[in-house]
Design a protein around this ligand. Structure first.
Ligand code: ZN
Length: 356
């Protein structure tokens, strides 16, 4: 059986394939390599006539932290893989390369996976953040553990939602807006109530419950299964799903274009809009402060620090600078070094691990 670096490919029951995200040390953050391997694993299962149902699962305490913000040279990494779509321009200047990459590995992959002619079941535990939603939404059925939490916080990064914009379809328009505007986490029960999740089960039962459902579905006629899936997907497409997702992809690219024109980077992260991250860092360093404007907090605590606006800040490094004419106290210097170290350690898991 084929082996992968970032994916496990298993056969947990007759006629069932299980594809497991296997980067638990990064909370299954998705870099270019993982996404191409995942696509290859889906292709493998799709084209194996012995496989009738596909499970998508993840190793570790969390399903996925989303896209791997630590990955560098992303455009270069694209050239290491054979693209599966027909788009081009991966090394173009400006916003074009960003759009090309996202058309291939984000919206392109999601659409491919959504239309695999076999039932797919996502099994989700822990946090499933932003790009994590783009792995489970293309699946036909979602089983969630009680501890599962879902969120899309990318409005904080200057972007209006993830690339595969299924939010209104998955959550309904009002909840979609609420969750996008606030970036708050949604628990498994709420997700089930909204119809985004089929079933919530105890964490310890997630694996067996998913396997049992897959095995039950696998007893059905494979052609009838794919026709049933096509019937539902086609109904959604006639209702406008495909066209809406494609149209909103361009709105998403406007967000990247704006960020690029502001900062030279495709997203912007500012301390002002990431108060919880800053509060978490302060808490980790034993500084109890109420959640207020972090600029005020930090300059109040360390008046000899000067804080600069955070742009560009894709590395999520707080831009604290030492004032040239004033010596910095040892405590403040140590704090700054610790913050930078902590941010390095947390990215991209910061959105998963912060306690707020
Ligand atoms: Zn994007």
């Amino acid at each position: 059986m084929k082996t992968f670096e970032t994916i496990l490919y298993e056969a947990p029951a007759e006629h069932v394939a299980r594809i497991v995200l296997n980067r638990p040390e990064t909370r299954n953050a998705q870099d270019t390599n993982l996404l191409y391997e995942l696509n290859e694993a889906f292709d493998l299962a799709a084209q194996d006539d012995q496989v009738k149902v596909i499970i998508l699962a993840a190793k570790g305490p969390h399903f996925s932290a989303g896209h791997d913000l630590r990955e560098r040279d992303t455009y270069q990494h694209m050239s290491e893989h054979k693209t599966v779509g027909t788009w081009c321009g991966f090394t173009c200047a400006g916003a074009e390369a960003q759009m090309a990459r996202e058309k291939e590995i984000y919206i392109g992959f999601c659409e491919r996976w959504r239309n695999i002619p076999k039932p797919t079941i996502a099994a989700v535990q822990g946090r499933c953040v932003a790009g994590g939603l783009m792995l489970i939404w293309p699946c036909d059925i979602i089983i969630a553990a009680h501890d599962a939490e879902f969120c899309d916080p990318v409005v904080s990064f200057g972007i209006g939602g993830v690339e595969f914009f299924a939010h209104p379809w998955e959550l309904g328009p009002r909840k979609a807006k609420e969750l996008l505007f606030t970036g708050r986490k949604m628990g498994a029960e709420e997700a089930e109530r909204l119809g985004m999740v089929n079933k919530v089960v105890p964490l310890d039962d997630l694996r067996t419950e998913t396997r049992a459902l897959a095995a039950e579905i696998a007893t059905k006629h494979p052609f009838a299964l794919r026709q049933a899936k096509r019937a539902v997907n086609q109904t959604l497409d006639v209702m406008g799903f495909y066209a809406a997702v494609q149209a909103v992809f361009d709105i998403h690219q406007t967000g990247h274009g704006n960020a690029l024109s502001e900062s030279g980077l495709p997203i912007t992260i500012s301390i002002a809009t990431n108060q919880s991250l800053v509060a978490c860092l302060l808490t980790r360093h034993g500084i109890g402060v109420p959640l207020i404007d972090p600029f005020t907090m930090l300059s109040g605590l360390f008046p000899d620090l000067v804080m600069l606006p955070l742009s560009p800040a894709i590395e999520m490094r707080p831009r604290l600078v030492f004032p040239p004419n004033r010596p910095l106290s040892i405590a403040a210097r140590e704090f700054v070094e610790a913050v930078v170290e902590t941010v390095d350690e947390l990215v991209p898991q910061s959105r998963l691990l912060h306690p707020l």
